[in-house]
Design a protein around this ligand. Structure first.
Ligand code: AP5
Length: 215
């Protein structure tokens, strides 16, 4: 299963990817998580990426493409993968097609989560993430049992620096201008499946499983 999760910031790509990787035993490849790891470690790549991420802008392709190519060639991605947050532009999608062609692979499913912008602002400004295991929460929709503490590992919950309202609105603008055209790109290839992402987390997971297990 070679899958792409497409959708605006806050649509639930990460939430659903984390559920499906458990079910299907394939890795989640999140360019956002990879970049945040570089930022946290203070690598050269991380230092370059940080200035774009803080403003809600896209990180340049030359940084992203090498990172993704290297990750896709790793052993655990050979039986399938879920790409989360990549590709984000038509240029990235075309580059991905080339990378996969060289590997004798292709994308089978593009799962597009559709959610209205105003709901996304509420979701992102209320999101909390575990510093230790990456588990995601929402102060209203998916609160942890104990405030500020991860249910799974007891780690400390934090708010992403790009989850303030001003940056979120810029990320949404960037999504509509640069990423939304990918819906048409993958529709033409016959691999796009649109899902109503405003339902509950459980209902969305079920819709996604229905799509993946129908073929
Ligand atoms: P990235 O980390 O990819 O962030 P994003 O695309 O903005 O998406 P998010 O992770 O914010 O949202 P999500 O859809 O995963 O939602 P989640 O499941 O967490 O990118 C960050 C930055 O890195 C970019 O701005 C850019 O600078 C850079 N970058 C990354 N990839 C790049 C690329 N390819 N090229 C260039 N630059 C790149 O859910 C959100 C919240 O909602 C959570 O609190 C969750 O609990 C809650 N929630 C989820 N589903 C539901 C539901 N159904 N109902 C109610 N609440 C829900």
């Amino acid at each position: 299963m070679n899958i792409i999760f497409l959708g605006p910031p806050g649509a639930g790509k990460g939430t659903q990817a984390k559920i499906l990787i458990e079910k299907y035993g394939i890795p989640q490849i999140s360019t956002g998580d990879m970049l945040r790891e570089h930022v946290a470690k203070g690598t050269e790549l991380g230092l370059k990426a940080k200035e774009y991420m803080e403003k809600g802008q896209l990180v340049p392709d030359e940084i992203i493409l090498g990172m993704v190519k290297e990750r896709l060639s790793q052993e655990d991605a050979q039986k399938g993968f879920i790409l989360d947050g990549f590709p984000r532009t038509v240029a990235q999608a075309e580059a991905l097609d080339k990378i996969l062609e060289e590997m004798g692979k292709r994308i089978e499913y593009v799962l597009a989560l559709i959610v209205p912008d105003e709901e996304l602002v509420i979701r992102l400004t209320g999101r909390r993430t575990c510093k230790n295991c990456g588990m995601m929460y929402h102060i209203k929709f998916k609160p942890p049992k104990e405030e500020g503490k991860c249910d799974v590992c007891g780690g400390e919950l934090y708010q992403r620096p790009d989850d303030n309202e001003e940056t979120v609105r810029n990320r949404l603008k960037v999504y509509h201008e640069q990423t939304a055209p990918l819906i048409e790109y993958y529709k033409k290839k016959g691999v796009l499946f649109e899902v109503d992402g405003s339902k509950s987390i459980e209902e969305i997971t079920q819709q996604l499983i229905n799509i993946l297990e129908k073929k």
